[in-house]
Each structure stands twice: as C-alpha cells, then as structure tokens.
Design a protein around this ligand. Structure first.
Ligand SMILES: [Zn+2]
Length: 264
C-alpha cells in the first residue's frame, strides 16, 4: 500500500475516511447493504486510488455510487479498479465540469499525473436532493460557496457532514472569485452547512475530521474570516499565521481575497 496514503479510519459505523498526503485530501466511504458502498471524492494520486481500490476489495466493499462534491480536479477522480458505479454531482457542478474539461485535464496532468483520464470527471447531474443508492440516506446540501453547485453530503443517520472544500481546520475559506458575489455566496453556503441538523462529525475535503464542538468552532472561524475580508481588517486566523511553508499558497489566496474586495 502507498506510504503516502493513510488507510481509512472508521469515524462512525460503516463510515470511513481515508487521507492522502497530497493537500491532506480526504476520501469518504459509506458502507451500504451487500458490500456496496458510496464513494465520495476519491483522491488524489493514481497510487492513492490504487491503494483505495485495494483496501475496498480487501474489505469486500465495492462502489455502487460515486459523488463529486464540486468541479475542481482533485474531486473528480476515478479509476478502473473502482469499478463502473454511476457517478454524480449537482447539476451545476456537472455542467461546470463538462464545460471546463480542458483546463481540469491540464490541472490533473500537472498535479497528479498517471490517472486514467477517460474516467476523469464523468459525473452525471443529480436529480433530486439525495444521492440515489441503497445505503444510508445521503442528503445533498447544494450552494455556490467555493465552487458552483458545491454539494456537501449530510448522512442524517450518522450525524456526519461531508463538507467538501469547506469547514477545514487547515485551509481558510476559499470563495469562488469568479462568482458575482464571492463573499456573499460563501456566507450563504456556510450558513446552510451551519444549519444542517444533528451534525456530530464534520469531514473537510482537506484537513482533519472534527467533532461537534470542532464543527461549531470552524463555523465561527470561517464567519470571522469572511467578516475580516469584508471589513478589510487584519486577521489573526491561525490557518494563515501558523501555516507551514507548504501552505504558502494560502497566504497568496488571502492576499487575492483582500485585493478582490478592494477592487470592488
Ligand atoms: Zn476545491
């Protein structure tokens, strides 16, 4: 198994979160009946996906449904070894993935070469508000924070919120700067997640799983970050000040957020 891939942790009965070294990217696996599973955002290198497929088959699990939380390249990956499960994203996210395919393919080639690109971003638009599969209910929370049609997944029976690229302990909020109102749109998405009922565990797309108190803390930290961007105030957000040198790109994103606000 790849040394760069941390084998899944069972965070709730039948809910597993694996972590890839690259960008501390999470993959969520939800076990359903008869060995079928829902696979959310499998990532990130070709070796990570091979390790994931090996882990699944060793446990007798086989993907029967795939979900991409949003149309960024590191959330649209798949491999032949994961099988032919139908894969979905929200309708706007699927449309963006199709429209921006050339740029997304370029990004995968540069950042995680070696994937089977014929399987990349092959997501169908979801009809309805829940993922259609035979396992535990998987309710989609759709909004436009971070990316168009971002679809977080709430597992109400487990109290687990798979937040996509939101509510991270290591990344500041990253609004979609191409949106008409990046900060307002982000706030809307954040409040939608904050209002999700019964959340006892939060799984960010990049970072670490948090409990109920940590979920609330992250909501507060993200609100405070957005407030600082809107008011132009300085922020002592530890995700910026304590960030490792490898997270230098976050400080660059923060500068872009401030610049974007000033230029309005
Ligand atoms: Zn993203």
């Amino acid at each position: 198994m790849s040394a760069q891939w941390i084998a899944p942790d069972e965070i709730a009965p039948g809910v597993f979160v694996a972590t890839a070294q690259q960008y501390t990217t999470t993959t969520t696996i939800v076990a359903g009946p008869d060995g079928g599973c829902l696979l959310i955002d499998p990532a990130v290198t070709a070796a990570d996906l091979a390790a994931l497929a090996g882990w699944l088959s060793a446990r007798g699990l086989r993907p029967v449904a795939g979900w991409s939380t949003h149309p960024h390249w590191d959330h649209l990956l798949w491999s032949a070894a994961l099988g032919p499960a139908p894969r979905h994203a929200t309708a706007p996210a699927a449309a963006v993935a199709a429209r921006e395919m050339p740029g997304l393919l370029r990004a995968v080639g540069e950042s995680a070469p070696g994937h089977d690109l014929t399987l990349f971003a092959r997501v169908e638009p979801l009809a309805g508000g829940e993922i259609d599969w035979p396992g535990p209910r998987a309710v989609v929370c759709q909004h436009d924070a971070h990316a168009p049609g971002h679809g977080a997944v709430l597992l109400p029976e487990h109290g687990v919120l798979i937040a996509g690229d939101m509510l991270s302990d290591i990344e500041i909020p990253l609004p979609d700067l191409d949106a008409p109102d990046p900060v307002g749109g982000y706030r809307h998405g954040l409040e939608l997640l904050a209002a999700a009922p019964g959340v006892t565990l939060v799984v960010p797309g990049h970072g670490h799983v948090g409990d109920q108190a940590e979920f609330r803390r992250r909501v507060g930290a993200d609100r405070a970050y957005l407030d600082a961007i809107e008011s132009g105030a300085d922020t002592a957000d530890p995700r910026l000040t304590d960030a490792a040198p490898t997270q230098e790109w976050l400080r660059a994103e923060h500068a872009r957020h401030r610049e974007h606000r000033r230029s309005r």
